[in-house]
Design a protein around this ligand. Structure first.
Ligand SMILES: Cc1cc2nc3c(=O)[nH]c(=O)nc-3n(C[C@H](O)[C@H](O)[C@H](O)COP(=O)(O)O)c2cc1C
Length: 165
């Protein structure tokens, strides 16, 4: 049987809600940043964080760097939560406009990949968060919705099937 675990950092609880649902789909445990367990027995580590000012939060980056020390030889699946719609393009360092999704997954990958012995799966998950950042985001209140949480669970189930193949 494949052993997997979900690890996340979350400030206001959105990433936690999503992490718990992914873990439910995978039928495995999840842990927040206060508890990074010994990962030697795990095949898959699902890693989640959240967005601040259009990029990964400092706490999230610090957390991924800590986890990175323990994940040699593992498969990694990434997820995040945010508030803004994904169409927003932010000015990046090299002036190439990118969506939050691209920025987040690229920065999470960059951090995790510094441990050269990991396999980052193409399967990934993200959803918008509960904070109202802008006037037009009024309808974001209440996210992640039940539907998004079901999608998170389905993502966990998808990972489980993939690893059991
Ligand atoms: C100070 C702050 C800045 C944020 N900046 C952004 C942002 O630039 N873009 C975005 O989409 N969401 C932004 N968010 C929203 C969070 O990414 C979103 O609510 C996320 O789900 C929070 O995760 P958590 O509840 O697990 O802490 C920001 C939230 C906070 C508190």
């Amino acid at each position: 049987m494949v052993k997997a675990i979900v690890l996340y950092n979350s400030r206001t609880g959105n990433t936690k809600k999503v992490a718990l649902k992914i873990a439910e789909g995978l039928k495995v445990e999840s842990h927040d940043k206060r508890n990074i367990p010994d990962l030697k027995d795990y095949d898959l580590v699902v890693l989640g964080s959240w967005v601040i000012m259009g990029r990964i939060s400092f706490g999230g980056a610090r957390y991924l760097r800590k986890v990175r020390k323990k994940i040699a030889g593992k498969k990694i699946a990434l997820f995040f939560t945010s508030a803004g719609p994904d169409e927003i393009h932010w000015k990046t360092e090299n002036k190439v406009p990118k969506t939050i999704k691209e920025i987040m997954f690229e920065s999470m990958e960059r951090i995790v990949n510094k441990n050269q012995n990991v396999t980052i799966l193409p399967e990934r998950f993200y959803c918008t968060g509960a904070i109202r950042m802008f006037g037009q985001d009024r309808d974001k209140i209440g996210h992640p919705t039940d539907e998004e949480l079901e999608q998170a669970k389905a993502f966990g189930e998808q990972l489980k099937e993939l690893l059991e193949d």
